[in-house]
Design a protein around this ligand. Structure first.
Ligand code: ADP
Ligand code: MG
Length: 712
């Protein structure tokens, strides 16, 4: 029998091609996708008030009897109103619907409705405009909580609700649980069908919590199973033993001594690579701690041992930067090094491809630095030895699998600037070897950090001017523009889904415009997630070249980009960012000789409005400069959720292009540990072959192709 999850969405009644396309925009193609499309909030329609108790703020429910026949009136061309009066025991209210003529027949005089919306009040006159109306019928309880879904054009929350009803009905007929029964009961988790119903048709918040806990466990468990079973097969890959590992010539070229932590890391790499099977090592360390030189040392070892090395980075800017920094060293050692990026002409690329694949060792390029272009068709190494991925969390499982697939018998080294807490690293990476670079090169300055609120705006502008006037450059980071939630959120009574109430966003575009206006004469530019990569690169390049004074951005500033002249980092609505992410942002400055500062601006006017949790986080940032320690405090304060979040530097997303639906809300570290332990146990003891439903759920999570890539 076909799994309900695999039924295409268009099989549901009412889903035609247009709706199907709208669902596709939300990433929903099957009934299974729909069932896992969770509300982002719940409206509390159960909070029923009397008219006289309504305060005009926010939405409330009022139960009223229809008092007069609804009348339709044309206000002007293209605008009609349907009006009637309704009453409860405390007063009498005008109800108005705009351009919804069909409601005229919905409200017979004398019938009872629950109206949900904003009650406007002028002395003793009340008015509701286009409220949601649900008939009150004896013997039928109206659900108090109403799910609010992430929407897209062409789909209303109501339509999603109707389709969901059908999907739930299908699910009720038999939806096998990917969590094996014995694990589910042992962990005290509710069944899948209960959980899905409770999320989409909640009776109360307590059941939503129970459901969320189970679904979070499921997500973490599937993720754990996926990682574990993939790793199982990558453990003992034969690779060339690179034993020509005398680094003295290379090290003598450097203008500095390696730090203790770098030396330890290089030593670990050297040991790994000398063995006849593949190294799988991750180097983690704060931005600026000097990971690149460790990568270069590994490349030197590979080349000295007669093999080739590839260094793959996520952006063209980074590739160029690495090439410019490293190629001179390699060339002094007599090693042939090439750049390979998408922006090169086909002829240039072809030349590099040929040099990479050259049979003649004398003609062969030995080190290639590049972007995803390294994964294109026609790219082959004649003697692969080492693959390095820098800023590794930016690559999805698929891309990395492809790279290691192309170089099936190569050593793997990855670099990450996102320190994750030791406890998480253990569950996440298990037997993947990790080198931690936990000290900075000497002479590195501390980036003085301040936390301020909106009342400092003028002083902040003056501080920006001062820094630019002295020849420095400024980064300003605002939360993402594309979040459409804000206005809507103000109207919603959010329950449960948001961790704490959020202040309105600084709309980044508007912000940049206002700033440019206030700071006339300064060169302000703006980058955001909606720009094409090329456009983004162009602006970043101009900033790096000093042609822009102030760069306003959403959080798309490339990790790893080095602009030593930048000396001030301002983060707007700082309370919306996770600690680790703030730390990453702070790492953009203080890379040169200029005294550098980081100012965290809270979205509120006064410190009291900021809230206690946010206050504490900002204090941590003021007092802590070590990324590992910040990550530990982040975990302790906010739980592991941030490490799964889409835009938070995504420490954990580095283990795959996996999009988490609920894990990013996880504030319970214990749940994560339990889910991973259960995954470990299952994979180690029985494997997942006996659980086809689990197996296909894992495949779905990692994307079929990528998953098979890493398995095979
Ligand atoms: P990241 O770890 O962020 O990749 P980089 O490797 O780019 O850091 O190093 C940042 C800067 O520190 C570079 O300019 C590099 O030359 C310098 N650097 C690296 N190691 C040392 C060292 N041991 N002493 C002094 N400077 C160093
Ligand atoms: Mg780097």
């Amino acid at each position: 029998m076909q799994d309900v999850r695999d039924i295409p969405i268009k099989a549901l009644r009412g889903v035609g091609p247009a709706k199907q396309a709208a669902y596709a925009r939300l990433g929903i193609e099957t009934v299974g996708d729909l069932l896992y499309h969770f509300p982002r909030a719940y409206e509390n329609r159960g909070n029923v008030k009397r008219l006289c108790e309504s305060d005009g703020q926010g939405k409330t429910s009022v139960i009223m009897t229809v008092g007069t026949q609804p009348r339709r009136a044309m206000i002007r061309r293209g605008m009609t109103l349907v009006k009637f009066r309704a009453y409860d025991e405390s007063g009498d209210c005008e109800v108005v619907y705009i351009n919804q003529d069909y409601v005229q027949s919905m409200f017979p005089v004398g019938s009872l409705f629950r109206f949900y919306g904003k009650v406007e009040r002028d002395k003793h006159h009340y008015r509701m405009t286009s409220p949601v109306a649900e008939p009150v019928v004896e013997g039928h309880v109206l659900p108090p909580l109403h799910p609010v879904y992430p929407l897209t054009e062409g789909l209303s929350s109501k339509q999603i609700g109707q389709h969901m009803e059908m999907a739930l009905a299908l699910a009720a007929q038999g939806l096998e649980d990917p969590i094996p029964e014995e694990i589910r009961t042992r962990e005290g988790l509710c069944t899948l069908s209960f959980a899905l119903r409770a999320m989409h048709k909640p009776i109360d918040l307590a059941s939503v919590e129970i459901a969320k806990r189970r679904l979070m466990f499921e997500e973490l468990f599937l993720f754990g199973v996926g990682l574990r079973s993939a790793r199982h097969t990558t453990e003992l890959i034969v690779a060339p033993a690179c034993t020509e590992n005398d680094l003295s010539a290379f090290l003598s070229l450097l203008p500095y001594e390696l730090t203790e932590a770098q030396r330890r890391t290089v030593e670990q790499i050297r040991n790994d690579m000398a063995k006849p099977y593949a190294m799988t090592r991750m180097v983690v360390g704060d931005v600026g701690c000097g990971k690149t030189v460790c990568a270069a040392a590994a490349a030197v070892i590979a080349v000295q041992s007669g093999r080739q090395a590839a260094i793959m980075v996520p952006t063209e800017i980074l590739a160029r930067q690495h090439y410019a920094d490293l190629a001179p060293y390699f060339e002094k050692l007599g090693m042939r090094c090439a750049l390979l990026i998408g922006a090169m002409t086909p002829a240039q690329k072809k030349k590099v491809h040929a040099a990479m694949a050259a049979e003649d060792p004398e003609a062969r390029v030995q080190i290639v630095i590049g972007t995803q272009a390294l994964l294109s068709e026609g790219v082959e190494f004649a003697a692969p030895g080492l693959v390095i991925t820098d800023e590794q969390h930016r690559f999805g499982v698929g891309q990395r699998a492809k790279l290691s697939d192309k170089n099936a018998h190569a050593h793997l080294l990855c670099m990450s600037a996102t320190p994750i807490p030791r406890s998480l690293a253990l569950v996440m990476y298990g037997d993947l070897a990790v080198s931690r670079i936990d000290t900075m090169p000497p002479g590195r300055q501390r980036v003085d950090t301040f936390a301020v609120n909106q009342s400092y705006r003028d002083r902040l502008d003056a501080f920006i001017r001062k820094n630019v006037d002295e020849g420095g450059q400024v980064y300003i980071v605002c939360p993402a523009v594309e979040e459409q939630e804000d206005e809507e959120d103000l109207l919603l009574e959010e329950i449960g889904m948001a961790r704490e109430s959020k202040p309105p966003l600084q709309a980044a575009v508007q912000y940049a415009e206002q700033l440019a206006e206030r700071l006339q004469g300064y060169r302000v530019a703006f980058v955001h997630g909606k720009l094409k990569p090329k456009e983004k690169d162009a602006v970043m390049n101009r900033f790096a070249a000093g042609e822009i004074d102030i760069l306003v951005s959403t959080t798309v500033i490339e990790v790893g980009v080095n602009v030593p002249n930048a000396c001030l980092m301002i983060v707007e609505n700082a309370e919306r960012f996770g600690l680790s992410q703030l730390h990453q942002l702070r790492g953009r400055v203080g890379r040169g000789t200029r005294k550098s500062y980081c100012v965290l601006v809270a979205g509120a006017m006064t410190d009291r409005e900021i809230g206690e949790v946010a206050q504490r986080s900002l204090q941590v940032m003021k007092n802590t400069y070590d990324g590992f320690s910040i990550a530990e405090q982040d975990l302790a304060q906010r739980g592991p959720g941030d490490f799964f979040a889409k835009n938070s530097g995504g420490a954990i997303r580095q283990s795959g292009g996996v999009e988490f639906r609920l894990a990013s809300q996880c504030s319970d570290g214990d749940l994560l540990t339990r889910a991973f332990a259960a995954a470990d146990e299952l994979v180690a003891q029985k494997g997942i072959e006996e659980h086809p439903v689990l197996q296909s759920a894992v495949e779905r999570m990692f994307g079929n192709e990528a998953y098979h890539d890493i398995l095979n």
